[in-house]
Design a protein around this ligand. Structure first.
Ligand code: HEM
Length: 452
C-alpha cells in the first residue's frame, strides 16, 4: 500500500511547495497524519514527520537513498562536483575532506575573525538610523566564510567576492527551482544576468587557484590549500574545476543560511523583551567587559537555547530530501524506487506533543532538552548528509550575538510583514527585518585595541 496521496494538481502543488510550504504542510498533516505523498513537477514526494521513521531514514536506510539527485537544479550555482550534488563513495570522500575545518579546535581558530567582524559592523551603525538586519548579517557572514575558506591573503578581494556572490543570488526564486524556465535572453534578462555574475565569480576563484598552483604552500593554511593538497586512493589530486565547485558550495551554503538564521532571531528577541533582558544579563555575566573567547561559549547556555528555539520556530528549510534507490517500506507503506522521501522538519518543529504551544517563543524549552527525541530538532538535516557547517554556524551565531547584543538597543520598525517568504532556497522574513538603532555602546576597550 502507498502512503495517502494529497489530491492536488501538479502545478498547484509545485506552486504551494515553493510559495507557502508552512500552510500546505500544516493542512496536509491535519488531514493525512505523519506520512503522506504529493506529486510536484519534481516528481513524487513522501513527507514524513514520524520521528522514529525519520530516524530510520537518516540511519538504517541511509544507503538506500541518493541525495545529490534531489538538488540537481543547483548545478549552475555550485557545479556538478559540489558536495551537495555528489552521492556514494565520491560524496563520502569529499565530505571527509571538507568537514574538519568547520569543527572543534580548527573552527575555534576563527573566533577572532568572527568577533572583530561583529564589532566593526556595530561601529558602522548610527543612533537614530534604520538598518536592515538581513543586509548586515549577509555582509558579515560572507566576510567570515570568505576568510575561512580562502584565508587571509584573499581578503583584499573580499569586496569583489561579496559583490559577485550578491549578484549571483539575485536570481528570482522561480528560476532557482524551475530549470526549464532558464533562458539566456541577453545580459538584462534574469538568467543572462546570472550567467554574467557567475562568470565573474569563476574568474576570481580560478585566478586564486592558478596563483596558488604557481606558488604552492607545503603546509595547508586554509580550506583551499587543504583541497589542493588532498589526493584520492589512486593518488589523484583535485582538479581546478572540482576545487572551484567546492569553493562555491562553501560560499553559498555557508553564508546565506547563517545570515538568515541570525536575521530571524531579531524578530522574537525584539518582540520578547524579557528574553532579550535575560540573554543580555547572561552575556554580561559570562563575558563582562572582555572580548568574547572560545572558552566562554559553552557557558552561554541561554544563548544556545535562544538560537535553537529561534531555528525551531522559524524554519529556513521546510524539508530535507532523499531519493529512493530501491523499494522501501516506511511505516507499513511501500515507497517505490525514484520517490523523494522528505523528513519534514517544519512539521516536526511544530508538533504540539513535543513543543507545547508550538508557535510561542520559549528558549527555556532547550535549557534541558534531554527529554527531547534525538530527531525532534532538525534545522541541519541528519545522517550522512547532515550539514557540515552545523557546529560552525552555531558557533558563529553565538560569537556574533554575544559580541553585539550588550552594545546595542534596537526597535523593530512597525508595520512589517514577518510571514516567511522564499528567498532562493530558504525561507526569509520578506522585509529583511528593519530596525531602528536606539542606542549604542562602544566595544570593550580590549576589543577596540584589537579592532583598530
Ligand atoms: C544556520 C546555518 C545553516 C543551516 C540552517 C544549514 C542547513 C543545512 C541543511 C538543512 C542541509 C541538508 C542536510 C540534509 O540533507 O540532511 C545542509 C547541508 C550542507 N551544508 Fe549547511 N546549513 C547552515 C550553515 C552551513 C555552513 C556555515 C556551511 C559551510 C561551512 C554549510 C555547508 C553545507 C554543506 C556543504 C552541505 C551539504 C552536506 C552533504 O551533502 O553532505 N552549511 N545545510
Amino acid at each position: 500500500m502507498l502512503p495517502p496521496k494529497v489530491p492536488i494538481a501538479i502545478p498547484l502543488a509545485t506552486y504551494r511547495m515553493i510559495k507557502s510550504p508552512y500552510k500546505l504542510f500544516t493542512e496536509c498533516y491535519k488531514e493525512y497524519g505523519d506520512i503522506f505523498s504529493l506529486t510536484t513537477i519534481a516528481g513524487n514526494f513522501v513527507f514524513v514527520s514520524d520521528l522514529d521513521v525519520i530516524k530510520d531514514i537518516f540511519s538504517k536506510h541511509s544507503k538506500k537513498f541518493n541525495t545529490g539527485e534531489t538538488v540537481l537544479f543547483l548545478e549552475p550555482f555550485v557545479g556538478k562536483h559540489s558536495l551537495l550534488l555528489l552521492d556514494g563513495t565520491e560524496h563520502a570522500r569529499q565530505r571527509k575532506l571538507l568537514t574538519p575545518p568547520f569543527h572543534g579546535e580548527k573552527m575555534k581558530m576563527f573566533t577572532d575573525l568572527m568577533r572583530e567582524a561583529s564589532h566593526k559592523m556595530v561601529d558602522n551603525w548610527k543612533v537614530g538610523h534604520t538598518i536592515m538586519m538581513r543586509q548586515e548579517m549577509q555582509e558579515i557572514t560572507l566576510r567570515i566564510i570568505v576568510k575561512s575558506v580562502f584565508g587571509e591573503e584573499m581578503s583584499r578581494r573580499t569586496p569583489e567576492i561579496i559583490e559577485t556572490v550578491r549578484g549571483v543570488l539575485q536570481l528570482p526564486t522561480f528560476l532557482t527551482f524551475l530549470p526549464f524556465l532558464r533562458f539566456n535572453l541577453g545580459k538584462w534578462s534574469p538568467w543572462g544576468k546570472f550567467l554574467v555574475w557567475r562568470e565573474k565569480i569563476d574568474k576570481l576563484i580560478y585566478e586564486e587557484i592558478a596563483r596558488r598552483r604557481a606558488n604552492p604552500r607545503p603546509q595547508p593554511e586554509d580550506v583551499v590549500d587543504m583541497m589542493m593538497l588532498s589526493q584520492d586512493e589512486s593518488g589523484n589530486f583535485m582538479t581546478d574545476k572540482e576545487i572551484r565547485d567546492e569553493c562555491l558550495t562553501l560560499l553559498f551554503a555557508g553564508h546565506e543560511t547563517t545570515a538568515l538564521s541570525l536575521t530571524w532571531i531579531f524578530i522574537p528577541l525584539l518582540q520578547n523583551p524579557d528574553v532579550l533582558k535575560k540573554l543580555v544579563a547572561e552575556i554580561n555575566s559570562v563575558v563582562g567587559n572582555s572580548p568574547v573567547t572560545a572558552e566562554m561559549i559553552p557557558k552561554l547556555t541561554y544563548l544556545d537555547a535562544t538560537i535553537k528555539e529561534s531555528m525551531r520556530v522559524n524554519n529556513l528549510f521546510p524539508i530535507v530530501a532523499r531519493k529512493t534507490l530501491e523499494p522501501l517500506e516506511l511505516k507499513g507503506y511501500e515507497i517505490p524506487v525514484g520517490s523523494t522521501v522528505a523528513p519534514c522538519n517544519m512539521i516536526v518543529h511544530h508538533l504540539e506533543s513535543i513543543y507545547p504551544e508550538p508557535l510561542a517563543f520559549r528558549p527555556e524549552r532547550f535549557l534541558d532538552d534531554s527529554h527531547h527525541h534525538p530527531y525532534s530538532w532538525l534545522p541541519f538535516g541528519g545522517g550522512n548528509r547532515r550539514c557540515i557547517g552545523m557546529a560552525f554556524a552555531q558557533y558563529e551565531m553565538k560569537i556574533i550575538l554575544a559580541s553585539i547584543l550588550p552594545r546595542i538597543e534596537l526597535e523593530l520598525i512597525p508595520g512589517q510583514d514577518f510571514r516567511a517568504k522564499r528567498l532562493g532556497l530558504a525561507l526569509a522574513p520578506p522585509t529583511g527585518v528593519k530596525v531602528k538603532v536606539l542606542s549604542l555602546k562602544p566595544a570593550p576597550s580590549e576589543v577596540l585595541e584589537l579592532v583598530h
